[in-house]
Design a protein around this ligand. Structure first.
Ligand SMILES: CC(C)(COP(=O)(O)OP(=O)(O)OC[C@H]1O[C@@H](n2cnc3c(N)ncnc32)[C@H](O)[C@@H]1OP(=O)(O)O)[C@@H](O)C(=O)NCCC(=O)NCCS
Length: 174
């Protein structure tokens, strides 16, 4: 499935050439990975292995491309089960933030929910991740609870804030 927004295209597949580009734009960027659960790496092999692992897992994964130049600038991943979406990973490379792209992607995900009978969307972020939390609040997510978590690869302890949005499945009917 391909998802289109005003300026972006979200696709589940990525070519070999674009893996090199997304490695440069996203996966080797320490700052971009600061509040993510994966570790940035300069090694392209690490990115290739990571993407293969994700593509073979149960998570839904979309690569985010800018429409104007086909540049791969980020990704969206999530789990979907029993009318609930959670474990959302939304990531835009640091050169591309604050252009309204995060908002377009999350809005597209909410539209996907309306069309796929999803009732609840859970969005969680490191407590310190202001851009992420502000984005969620902007799209109507409501703070639900916080929990103590530990990041696997570096054992960093962090507080994870969980925000929830109930989807009004009947909104599109008229
Ligand atoms: C969080 C993230 C997805 C936001 O994407 P983005 O494309 O920069 O967001 P947008 O430009 O669409 O901004 C939408 C809203 O988010 C909020 N926001 C975004 N960046 C912000 C910042 N640095 N400070 C405060 N609010 C911010 C604002 O409310 C903004 O609306 P505004 O532009 O009208 O003020 C992006 O910063 C990112 O990918 N960061 C690295 C990875 C990450 O931490 N992902 C989240 C994991 S849960």
């Amino acid at each position: 499935m391909i998802i289109k927004t005003k300026e972006l295209i979200l696709k589940p597949d990525i070519s070999k050439d674009d893996i090199f580009k997304i490695h440069q734009n996203v996966f080797n960027q320490t700052e971009t990975a600061k509040y993510m659960l994966w570790e940035a790496s300069n090694e392209i092999e690490d990115t290739i292995k990571r993407l293969k692992r994700w593509q073979e897992s149960d998570i839904k994964l979309f690569f985010i491309f800018e429409k104007s130049n086909n540049e791969p600038i980020g990704f969206l991943s999530f789990s979907e089960r029993d009318e609930v979406i959670n474990n959302i990973g939304l990531c835009i490379g640091k050169r591309f933030v604050r252009k309204g792209f995060g908002k377009q992607v999350l809005t597209a995900l909410l539209d996907y929910c309306k069309n796929n009978k999803i009732k609840i969307v859970e969005y969680s972020a490191f407590h310190e991740n202001l851009p992420s939390i502000e984005l969620a609040k902007k799209l109507g997510f409501i703070y639900s609870y916080s929990k103590n978590s530990i990041r696997n690869y570096d054992k960093r302890k962090f507080v994870e804030d969980v925000y929830v949005k109930k989807i009004d499945c009947f909104k599109n009917i008229n």
